[in-house]
Design a protein around this ligand. Structure first.
Ligand SMILES: [Zn+2]
Length: 415
């Protein structure tokens, strides 16, 4: 954890600044804290593998005890919830110290309940495709003037990765699960800073620490929604208009969807903001825009459009150019490497392969079938194109395949 990130942290409970307890066990990497104990007016919190753990759940208490005994390895084991299973802990530690282990290897070692396998298809699912376009459009507009971004309840950092692309300073990823943010720093969004914290508590950052805050595909699972929105507004209260809060893909109480959560109706979401009128967008319209190559955030969706869409995006900003038309440009230089989208199964044929779209399950198809709007059922790749993968640049025929999301910029060692 870099000094500039420590500077923005506040205790979620007393609001006090956090400082490294220099008299206790700690380990630095240059001027960054790798492992150690942070103190405020009221509590002590562990930092493990560069990640501060700013909640009071049992795993945090156990990790603190291990750090006190100068055992960061055991603290990590507690935070990955592998204390009770020495065989799984040994398997995980072997993979974590291996330079060739993939994201998938580690996810599988953490057990079938973890991530559920959907991470593999995340980068082309419609929920992500819309959130990625909205985040790139709004964050690049806001952060062109400087400042930092935070991705709250960002899981293992798939959207934080988009923020790394558009922000000059390292974005912060916050999530309850230590294991997810650890994976983000290692694989999905290298270069981000990560914090483990509880979205149902006050958020552990100073007022105005960020100019852009996003929470995507998670808000309907937050119980303390009113507090959460007011916290997002506090975090982005930088003293001028050049800030934005985005709540992406939150379910609609009026229209059922899989993994419904504790959704609110469109009016209920709007009322959470109190001091600023957010603009609400039906997700179907945003997906239509993204497929067409330009996101029109100047649109005002009428109430009946909002009521009938299973998912909504809310944007609160006083910066007028946020609510304009934004081109959606395909990424042609990989942050990781261009590879064939894992939703395609390939069969060899003379001179190349035929790639066919196939879904991992009927549940996946029900929830994410709208990806057929941009993913072709069937596509032919010639030998030279195939031989170019994995690629750093999408040029020649790869550019068109990248635009259609048949090839994707995936993190290195993803699967
Ligand atoms: Zn405190």
């Amino acid at each position: 954890m870099r000094p500039e990130t420590l500077e923005t942290l506040r205790c979620p409970y007393c609001g006090g600044r956090l400082e490294l307890s220099a008299g206790q066990f700690h380990r630095m990497e240059g001027d960054a804290i790798a492992d150690g104990i942070l103190g405020c007016h009221c509590c002590a919190f562990p930092v493990v593998a560069g990640i501060p753990v700013l909640h009071l759940l049992p795993a945090a208490g156990a990790a603190l005890g291990h750090l006190d005994a100068a055992r960061p390895d055991l603290a990590m084991r507690s935070l990955f919830e592998l204390d009770g299973d020495p065989a799984a802990a040994a398997r995980f530690e072997e993979l974590a110290s291996s330079a060739t282990a993939t994201y998938r290897d580690i996810v599988e070692a953490l057990g079938p309940a973890f991530e559920g396998g959907y991470f593999l298809y995340r980068f082309s699912d419609p929920t992500f495709v819309v959130a990625d376009a909205v985040v790139r459009a709004v964050a690049s507009t806001i952060l062109a003037g400087g400042g930092r971004a935070v991705d709250i309840c960002g899981g293992s950092g798939h959207l934080t990765r988009s923020l790394v692309d558009v922000a000059a300073r390292p974005p912060v990823l916050a999530d309850l699960h230590f294991s997810k943010v650890w994976l983000a720093r290692r694989f999905t969004a290298p270069g981000c800073e990560a914090v483990a914290c509880d979205g149902n508590s006050p958020l552990p950052f100073a007022r105005g620490a960020f100019r852009f805050a996003v929470c995507s595909d998670a808000f309907m699972y937050i119980w303390t929604k009113r507090q959460f929105v007011q916290e997002m507004l506090r975090l982005t209260d930088a003293g001028d208009a050049r800030t934005a809060v985005v709540i992406g893909h939150t379910h609609n109480q009026l229209t059922w969807s899989p993994s419904h959560g504790q959704a609110l109706p469109p009016d209920g979401y709007r009322d959470l903001f109190e001091t600023i009128e957010p603009r609400s967008f039906a997700e179907a319209g945003l997906l239509h825009d993204v497929v067409g190559g330009a996101l029109d955030l100047s649109r005002v969706d009428p109430p009946e459009t909002l009521e009938h869409d299973p998912a909504l995006t809310l944007i609160a900003s006083r910066f007028p150019s946020v609510f304009s038309r934004h081109d959606v440009a395909p990424v042609l230089t990989a942050r990781g490497e261009f590879r064939l989208n894992p939703l395609y199964a390939t069969a060899e044929e003379p001179g190349g392969v035929r790639a066919r779209l196939r879904f991992p399950s009927t549940d996946y198809e029900e929830e994410y079938g709208a990806c057929r709007r941009y993913l072709p059922d069937d596509v032919r790749l010639d030998e030279a194109t195939l031989a170019a993968l994995p690629a750093a640049e999408a040029d020649g025929p790869l550019a068109d395949l990248a635009r259609r999301r048949v090839v994707l910029d995936l993190p290195r060692r993803y699967y």
